[in-house]
Design a protein around this ligand. Structure first.
Ligand code: PLP
Length: 574
């Protein structure tokens, strides 16, 4: 093993839909990170958990309500089971942890192993076997037990597997924050309470932490009783003595930041917001990116193959998309649109019109994302269609099973769809996952995103759309603050409010104002351009590829982590 190996720890890693151990953006980002690392020959390994019931499969009933089903899948069909075992103490009991592997092979032949930890072993009690049943489910004790498997068993597993020298442990979000605790405990033979500042510094030199959540409620926190129950009194005393708790509470973000020599947010704006939230920490920003060859539609790939040599190895080649004739951009997009419309027809029996301006809205259904904003003023939409031309909308997205307001949003979208039938065709596709996302980001004409700023840390689906030549219409939040050039790469909804303004979620006045601005930009700018000046519209599509597709790549992102997070002075000693 190379001494500079990076171990990337993430509660979810999205390889493909057949390994359903992810819920959404965080897992897809982790998968894209590891895929890009394999392309670039960066020595890395990924560590995550294997959830036997996955996240959930989404079905919509006749009333447009979400129904959740456990996912049935057979890990042995998708992953390689290894014999290696490690033990970890959880809740005072020894828990045996097993492991599965998938090896990713990059474009140049380099490989990255991804390990899935698993407690469903006959040596364990039924309670402990259930730790790795489902992603983001269960009460706090179960959640922290999962994080203990990832963070405490993960480093031991890498050692056991022969990945001896790990130069950097990259903690992707607070779920992985027990990793440095395991490193410290190893160094001190379990006596964490004895840690000196030199011990803590040596852990910091090897850890990097990425935060993804700009909302305080989004950060994992565990009460002292839960911490003691899962981690044991000794470790709880140790963490208290070190001073890495938040008023006695185990805040996983604070823990990760405390033990990491490099900390970052996932877009420049998110960095600013995070610095304001955690003023005691030095927080950098590395903007997310997406794995280009995973997210290009086949027709886009063929377009690039004709004009941008070696674009898979060198994603920056996309910068030269400006030389591609508009007609070819249009043809490639028309093909991707047909593929999407074919899928809509196959699933729902609804035939959408390939000539009609088609808007895509696919994201987790949760109040700050306001999935229903476009449909909340049906009369405005009818007026737009009357005046400028027809409109179709394709929706997708799951709500977390315990997110009632999120589920209500899905219902509201489907109710509004019924009300608008005949004027605007709105369809909702079930069970948003990677393959559906790939069809959507390439097949619609405009990608809509309207979160309440500044709650979107980055967002990555708009980046996937951009590299397929699909421009965004979006609130200036997350990555769009950087990617947006008005009328060139897409369009903004409203003004940039900066990092200092936090708009309230669920506020009727804010939503009405943003909704009216969305209606206006759509009616006065986007739809007239699409119907009236098709070449100018396609020029925007081309700039989306050249300016945004070329930059918001996982290749650029991994390169930034290597330069700034992994090659710190005092980090690796080679
Ligand atoms: C890309 C992706 C996401 C994240 O997209 P956002 O823009 O952050 O909403 C979520 N889910 C799936 C399946 C994706 O492919």
């Amino acid at each position: 093993m190379h001494a500079e190996t990076v171990a990337y720890f993430s509660m979810e890693v999205a390889l493909d839909d057949e390994v359903p151990t992810f819920s959404g953006g965080l897992g897809v980002l982790a998968g894209d990170f590891l895929r890009a690392a394999s392309d670039m020959g960066v020595p890395a390994v990924g560590v995550t958990l294997l959830y036997h019931q996955g996240f959930f499969r989404q079905e919509l009933d006749a009333a447009g309500r979400q129904i959740e089903h456990p996912v049935r899948w057979i890990p042995a069909d998708r992953l390689e089971r290894l014999d290696t075992r490690v033990k970890v103490v959880i809740g005072g009991r020894p828990v045996v942890v097993g492991v599965w592997r998938r090896v990713l092979t990059g474009v140049g032949g380099s490989t990255v192993a991804v390990y899935f930890l698993d407690t469903q072993l006959s040596e364990n009690s039924s309670t402990d076997q259930a730790i790795t049943d489902r992603l983001y489910a269960g009460p706090p004790v179960e959640r922290l037990s999962q994080e203990a498997v990832l963070g405490l068993a993960g480093p031991a597993m890498l050692r056991e597997l022969g990945h001896g020298e790990i130069a950097t442990y990259h903690l992707n979000e607070g779920h992985a924050s027990l990793v440095p605790v395991a490193l410290l405990s190893d160094r001190l033979g379990g006596m964490v309470a004895d840690a000196s500042s030199a011990d803590i510094e040596s852990v910091r030199a090897r850890c990097a932490f990425t935060t993804h959540t700009p909302v305080p409620a989004g950060h994992d926190r565990f009460d002292p009783q839960v911490m003691v129950e899962v981690l044991g009194p000794e470790l709880a005393v140790g963490l208290t003595r070190i001073g890495c708790l938040e008023h006695g509470t185990l805040n996983m973000t604070v823990l990760g930041m405390f033990f990491s020599g490099f900390v970052n947010g996932v877009a420049q704006r998110h960095g600013e917001v995070s610095r304001a939230m955690f003023p005691r920490y030095r927080i950098d920003a590395i903007t997310n990116g997406v794995h280009v060859s995973t997210w290009v539609a086949p027709s886009t790939a063929r377009l690039f193959d004709r004009h941008l040599p070696r674009w898979r190895e060198h994603n920056t080649m996309l910068r030269y998309a400006g030389g591609i004739p508009l007609e070819e951009i249009r043809t490639a997009h028309a093909e991707a649109k047909q593929v999407l419309l074919g899928e809509v027809a196959r699933r729902l029996g609804v035939s959408l019109d390939p000539e009609v301006l088609t808007i895509g809205v696919a994201r987790r259904a949760t109040p700050y994302k306001r999935n229903d904003l476009l449909l909340s003023r049906p009369d405005a939409l009818r007026a737009l269609v009357e005046r400028v031309g027809p409109l179709q909308v394709v929706y997708a997205g799951k709500a977390h099973p315990s997110d009632r307001p999120g589920k209500a949003l899905i219902e509201h979208v489907n109710a509004a769809a019924k009300e608008l039938a005949g004027d605007v065709t709105v369809v909702y596709l079930e069970d948003y996952g990677m393959s559906l996302a790939a069809l959507l980001v390439a097949g619609v004409d405009v990608w809509l995103n309207n979160p309440v700023a500044p709650h979107e840390a980055s967002g990555t689906s708009g980046m996937k759309a951009a590299l397929n030549g699909v421009p965004s219409l979006s609130v200036l939040d997350g990555w769009w603050v950087e990617g947006h050039i008005e009328g060139v790469t897409g369009w903004a909804i409203g003004a940039d409010l900066g990092a200092a303004v936090t708009l309230p979620i669920g506020d009727a006045v804010v939503d009405a104002a943003d909704g009216a601005e969305l209606d206006r930009v759509l009616a006065e700018v986007v739809a007239p351009l699409y119907y009236g000046r098709p070449d100018d519209f396609t020029a925007v599509c081309r700039f989306a590829i050249a300016l945004n597709g070329s930059f918001f790549t996982a290749q650029r992102m991994v390169g930034e982590y290597v330069d700034r997070a992994y090659r710190r002075s005092g980090g690796s000693d080679g």
